[in-house]
Design a protein. Sequence first.
Length: 293
Amino acid sequence: MANLKEVRIRISSVQSTQQITKAMKMVSAAKLKRATNAIIQLRPYATKLKEILGNLSANLEGSSSPYTEEREPNKVLIVVVSSNRGLAGAFNMNVIKATNNLIAEKYSEQYKNGNVSILAIGKKSQDFYEKRNYNVIGNNNEVYTALTFENVTKITDSIMAGFKNGDYDKVELVYNRFKNAAVQILTTEQLLPLPQNEKAEETHQHQVDYILEPSKEEIVKELIPKSIKIQLFKAVLDSHASEHGARMTSMDKATENAGDLLKALKLSYNQARQAAITTELTEIVSGAAALNG
């Protein structure tokens, strides 16, 4: 009977876990809807801003912005966008692995010289790199408490100031780009200096004659910082939507696995119960036969 009691306790434990994973799946589904709406609304604006900037800046003679200045990448900053919480499958670990691969394949010399810095957005990546004694810049985990353009812009301003002052020669961005609830695309982008080749390519595809006021140079000078801020804000929104999609999928799978485990435990329980009943009946029959004999 001790075996039956253990199985009953385990069944109860799995049922409790299944209720928790179901609730977490529903919470993530509700949050995913809001996060998806936010990134879908931002993407057309970000794309159009990038297109206009490409058309304007490619025709300028010489760079009018310090954020387009190409330098030898002696000092590198990598912005790693993860989440504050776990239970989202491989969501956070995939970003960390992509960052580690980027350092190993592209910036190994800079890392050996201690010139690779990490700016983590999200507690999971922050903790990972702090425990491994990387040069982690600041703490930006509270940005998810109120995920607004103004809060993300504070981070972007510090990055742009560091690049302008020569603290970093290159800034890379690693995050999960949202495709749908089940698919997140690991993405690595150059944040600074603003890539010139993309602007030139767009210019050839979309030649537009704008009426400009006050001047092309001044407009580009305003648009370049804004484009960089929008790019980082879009990455954070993408990652935020991807997190809830990954967690919803993970909790759905966990709920299914709990259901399969419950079936197996109930079958085991019934088999043990039948064996116990059979043993008791056999003992009763044997005892009765002994008395009659």
